[in-house]
Design a protein around this ligand. Structure first.
Ligand SMILES: NC(=O)c1ccc[n+]([C@@H]2O[C@H](COP(=O)([O-])OP(=O)(O)OC[C@H]3O[C@@H](n4cnc5c(N)ncnc54)[C@H](O)[C@@H]3O)[C@@H](O)[C@H]2O)c1
Length: 374
């Protein structure tokens, strides 16, 4: 693992997720930018002293030389380090599991995609919300034509934890780097949660928009990056979409919601209620589909616990680790990846997210002018 030391947020979730299906063991880490904290964090997690690295470059070199070197690295640092760290590990032939957004520019992202292909290594991107069984079921329903022709895609992702200038006091580390363009990249809320919303909408609808008109806004005075984004989307089949993401929506916790409307029916999913999915036929009564009572292959593959028992965020994350393990095993054995692992987000999804970011930045700078996404 690179990043995820003491006091960090998502590293601990990755560690939990990696262990759920007993496919991974954490054996090495460069867990912090501060060498002493990196060592202390590693020892606290039971990593041996010889593999508690002070620096990720050293870790990549040393692990590549070991007989028992790591199979994969999980990258859970702030955004600006994703590309350099992933590059260092891919270069020495180590599979990569990286958090989003893929990089801080489209150019960087495209270079990573090229490198991963050249090196024939896995590059998984942890768009966790695609790991829920009912999100996978929703995708299957769309693919099977249950909704008819898709007309409207509506995705929203609202949080309130940046509604105040919490970064100013310096105490909130997560807020500090997310509002600093040198570490977050050119997009604030857009890169942080807008990319999740964009991925979820594409994942379920099976469609990529071809044009966007957007406005970024910063509500909190003095903040350097956007904390709110609203965008209109056009799809090649004539469908229309809307995406809004905000980190200043007072009262919102982690309100990621998706609605997809077709000519025959619609779907609604709320991330805070991940064990239910609503399906409504045109003119019909709403049907509440529950996680334990659905039978699509992709949903069953992502199911961990029996009907009526809540399954949530940690298991969705674990699903990505399981799919990554299945793909790594296959790649290392020279086999094609098993079909059930195919929904894992890849470096190409990351590139699509970066293309979206660049188009939104450009559209917003041009007062909402439509930008091509192809
Ligand atoms: N998939 C998701 O749902 C999800 C959720 C939260 C965060 N994220 C992503 O995960 C990443 C980390 O976010 P976070 O909230 O955990 O941030 P964080 O600030 O809590 O943790 C970042 C960690 O990276 C470490 N780090 C910084 N520079 C380093 C270096 N040079 N070498 C080694 N470690 C270094 C820090 O010391 C810290 O331990 C971000 O890219 C973020 O977008 C994804």
């Amino acid at each position: 693992m690179v990043g995820g030391g003491q006091g960090a947020f998502i590293g601990a979730v990755h560690r939990l997720a990696a262990r759920v299906d007993d496919r991974f063991e954490l054996v090495a880490g460069a867990l912090s930018s501060d060498p002493q904290r990196a060592r202390e964090s590693a020892l606290e997690l039971g990593i041996g002293i010889d593999r508690a690295y002070a620096d990720w470059r050293e870790m990549a070199r040393a692990e590549a030389m070991r007989e028992d070197g790591i199979d994969a690295v999980a990258i859970v640092t702030p955004n600006h380090l994703h590309a350099p760290v992933a590059t260092a590990f891919l270069e020495v032939g180590i599979h990569v599991i990286c958090d989003k957004p893929l990089a801080v520019s489209l150019e960087e992202g495209e270079a990573l995609a090229k490198l991963a292909r050249e090196k024939r290594k896995l590059f998984a991107l942890t768009h966790v919300y695609s790991g829920y069984p009912l999100v996978r079921h929703a995708r299957t329903l769309v693919e099977d034509g249950a909704l008819g022709e898709i007309r409207i895609v509506h995705v929203e992702y609202a949080q309130d934890w940046l509604a105040e200038p919490v970064e100013a006091a310096g105490a909130n580390r997560q807020a500090a780097w997310r509002t600093d363009p040198r570490r977050a990249g050119p997009a604030g809320c857009l890169g942080d949660i807008g990319t999740h919303a964009y991925h979820l909408a594409s994942f379920v609808s099976g469609m990529m928009p071809n044009a966007v008109s957007a406005e970024l806004h910063t509500f909190v005075q003095g903040r350097q990056l956007d904390d709110h984004v609203q965008a209109l989307l056009r799809y090649p089949n004539g469908a229309r979409g809307m995406l809004w993401a905000s980190q200043v929506a007072s009262g919102a916790e982690n309100a990621l919601r998706l609605r997809v409307y077709g000519t025959e029916a619609s779907l609604a999913f709320d991330q805070e209620m991940p064990n239910e999915l609503w399906l409504t036929m045109r003119g019909g009564a709403a049907q509440r589909l529950t996680r334990g009572r659905i039978d699509s292959v992709d949903a069953l593959h992502a199911t961990r616990v029996p009907a009526g028992h809540p399954q949530g965020y940690a298991e969705a994350f674990a699903q990505l680790y399981l799919d990554a393990a299945l793909q790594i095993e296959a790649m290392d054995a020279g086999r094609p990846p098993p079909a059930e692992s195919r929904l894992l987000a890849t470096v190409d999804d990351g590139v699509a997210g970066l293309r979206f970011i660049e188009a939104v930045l450009a559209s917003s700078a041009a007062d909402g002018r439509w930008r091509d996404l192809r």
